[in-house]
Write a protein that binds this ligand. Structure first.
Ligand code: DGJ
Length: 705
């Protein structure tokens, strides 16, 4: 028996206490209670009731059946049917300032385990494990999970669901006996099962309650669970779903789990988001792009779809530049055979009939207008109707002998096929080396149904190869920015973000729907990585109509862009685009560096989104009226996060065109502005105006002293 020791990691507000003996057990993960940990250990000793095993059974970092932990094991595997319930014993511990690395071994099974725990200054905890087969022969892995404990007082969850054009929907549910489980088998991060959840104490909300947020950084199949054990203890587990036979480790080979990111907050969901946003900004986003203002986009997709004409596209670019756009992107439809969504994928050669003079004149035109140029790709996909498929039907990701359904008329390419991988790299490299391309939109429009390589399951490797392809492109073209898109928000997670710069949050540009989608995304991602575009007044995915003011304000709070054909728009619409582009540029430094607050409102029909500057010198609040005001008066706008003793000038920065016509009169402060303290803003607030459904206002706070 190894002597037990306690080690701890601390963040700004968080403390993690781990007991290490033969195994590792997290004893505490919550608010920092200071030192004296050794002295207090006894306070946590557990009773051993009748009717169960005779000794206390710890919830270890890797639950093991062999130690009597009846929970979902951290590792399930075997060596030819033997050694299927491994038990690891710690052999080495390395404790550094912000991390602990624990090495363990099961000598009988011939496997070695390394578990890493890291707690950073933003209070984000990271964990992952690596399993190595240290014995001759193959060790087959069925499951390998990251496990973190939760306190018994955790009894509510916020989880995600969704679908195409309806991403990041959140739902609250009680955490009951048995617990919660979500499984994603769609081969990409997915719209349906975004790999994150929040567990917390009763009625936790945006401002109050204790919450433990989790994000599993993996862009493929996964399982998340929160278990309530029969004895009442709780834990969270996140793992890749490996298909049968997928992971077979030969002697000396290793398997590492993706990182599980987690954060504790004692001030509700906003506190949790502040931790994740700071961590993303500091540790995930690539440093070289962090300080570059996010350029305003015009993306051609909803403007022209597959109907490409170089002269027309150049006129779109001219008008985009006049409106203040900073990056012009040609979306789908530019390559050989791509006249609709039934053909062409895989043929990454410029379409000679659509672009008889090549791409260069357009790139030059865009650059001369002072804009960056971007181009759309969907590298992992292939249409049966393509030269590529005719030449290489064997490149399909498929199980021989079976038919598989298409998705958007297309199939997936097997990235484990070296030739296919090299072909795709060569094509991307060709375009990035030939033209001045600053940005690519990397799309993925179908799910993965038969992930097999040489007959064996390979969903896990397909995801790894996708990362490799992006990495290879980035290594050769480090100046190019990449947007991760998968039919909108189907591939949004921290692991992708390490190698990309922006997410296309949804194909739904309906401002009302976007309010909910963007809110759901805001729990884990800061606004500067969330692509949010002003679409045309008649939304293509919902057929609803919204004013330019509502569309403009909704798009303002992300990485802004325009998704329409400016040539066909009316003068007044264009004026509107110009206005919101200008406003975004003005507020961009604040929006993309400040602290986001989702603010509760007195009226359930409101959604309030606030960003406060880190030095508390200014803030901006969007109040969106999602539905009919509940009462004839709408209560108060209370804004947290300002300097309590600071004096602020508060004024309306933007309002709907009918703002003054729908009431006898609106609150006076919205006409003349007013001066109030930060404490007043937080505790007393400002009276809300009356708004029509599906409209919004923007309020600015500027510190005067
Ligand atoms: C799906 C994306 O989400 C859209 O923005 C667009 O790029 C289309 N694919 C193009 O096929």
């Amino acid at each position: 028996m190894r002597q037990k020791t306690l080690v701890q990691l601390t963040g700004k507000q968080t403390q993690l206490i781990v007991e290490l003996g033969d195994y590792a057990e997290i004893l505490y993960w919550g608010i920092d209670v200071g030192d004296g940990v050794e002295r207090s250990r006894l306070a946590l000793s557990r009773p051993v009731p009748y009717g169960r095993l005779d000794d206390d059974v710890p919830m270890t970092l890797l639950p093991e059946l062999g130690r009597g932990v009846f929970s979902s094991p951290g590792l399930e595997g075997h060596r030819d049917g033997q050694h299927w319930a491994p038990v690891f014993v710690i052999t080495q511990i390395e404790k550094n300032k912000d991390n602990i690395v624990i090495e363990s071994e099961d000598v009988t099974a011939g496997v070695h385990l390394k578990t890493e725990l890291k707690l950073d200054e933003h209070d984000v905890l990271q964990t992952r494990s690596t399993l190595t087969n240290i014995r001759a022969g193959v060790y087959q892995v069925n499951r390998f999970a990251n496990t973190l404990p939760l306190p018994v007082r955790v009894n509510e969850l916020m989880t995600y669901y969704g679908r195409w054009v309806h991403e990041f929907q959140t739902v609250r549910q009680p955490l009951l006996q048995g617990g919660y489980q979500q499984e994603n088998r769609r081969g990409r991060t997915s719209h349906e099962h975004y790999p994150a959840l929040v567990a917390g104490t009763s009625h936790f909300d945006e401002m109050n309650g204790e919450v433990w947020g989790f994000h599993f950084a993996w862009s493929g199949n996964h399982r998340l669970r929160v278990d309530v054990k029969a004895d009442g203890r709780r834990y969270m587990q996140a793992e890749v779903i490996y298909f049968p036979g997928e992971i077979a480790l030969k002697e000396g080979e290793s398997l590492t789990t993706p990182w599980l990111y987690a954060s504790y907050s004692h001030s509700g969901l906003n506190g949790m988001s502040h931790h994740f946003h700071s961590h993303v900004r500091d540790a995930i986003l690539s440093k070289s792009f962090r300080d570059k203002p996010r350029p305003i986009h015009l993306n051609t997709w909803e403007g022209i779809y597959f109907d490409h004409n170089p002269e027309y596209i150049m006129s779109m670019a001219t008008q985009a530049a006049e409106m203040g756009v900073e990056r012009f992107i040609i979306d789908d439809g530019w390559f050989k055979g791509r006249n609709g969504d039934k053909a062409g994928l895989g043929d990454w050669f410029l379409c000679p009939s659509k672009y008889p003079n090549g791409l260069q004149p357009i790139v030059e035109h865009v650059n001369q207008l002072g804009m960056e140029f971007g181009l759309w790709f969907e590298p992992e996909m292939i249409n049966i109707n393509s030269d590529l498929f005719r030449a290489h039907p064997e490149w399909l990701l498929a199980i021989d002998g079976y038919e598989q359904p298409t998705g958007r008329n297309q199939y997936v390419i097997n990235l484990q096929n070296e030739e296919a991988f090299n072909f795709l790299f060569e094509r991307l490299d060709y375009f990035l080396s030939t033209y001045n391309i600053a940005y690519i939109k990397w799309d993925m429009n179908r799910e993965v149904v038969q992930p097999a390589h040489l007959g064996q399951a390979s969903a896990y490797n397909q995801t790894l190869r996708y990362y490799e392809l992006v990495d290879k492109v980035r290594f050769k073209h480090p100046q190019v920015e990449i947007e991760s898109c998968a039919a909108g928000g189907g591939r949004i997670d921290f692991e992708v973000l390490k190698r990309t710069h922006r997410f296309w949050a949804s194909d739904n540009n309906d401002a009302l729907e976007r309010q909910t989608i963007q809110r759901g995304m805001s729990y884990f991602f800061p606004p500067e990585v969330m692509g949010s575009h002003i679409g045309s007044s008649h939304c293509h995915s919902t057929r609803r109509r919204h004013s330019i003011e509502f569309r403009g304000l909704t798009a303002l709070f992300g990485h802004m862009g325009i998704e329409l054909d400016p040539v066909k728009e009316t003068k007044s619409e264009k004026k509107g685009f110009e206005r919101y582009i200008k406003l975004h540029k003005l507020l961009r430094p604040l929006l993309h560096s400040g602290r986001t607050w989702r603010v509760p409102s007195d009226d359930q029909a409101h959604q309030i989104h606030v960003v406060v500057a880190n030095d508390q010198s200014e803030a901006v609040a969007m109040i969106a009226q999602l539905a009919m005001p509940t009462n004839s008066l709408s209560g108060q706008l209370r804004v947290p996060g300002l300097a309590p003793q600071g004096l602020y000038r508060v004024f309306l920065l933007d309002k709907p065109s009918n703002y003054d016509d729908i009431v006898n009169y609106q609150p006076l402060w919205t006409e003349s502005g007013c001066e109030v303290s930060g404490l007043w803003c937080e505790e007393v607030g400002l009276t809300m105006p009356i708004l029509d459904p599906e409209t919004a206002i923007l309020v600015k706070f500027e510190r005067m002293d």
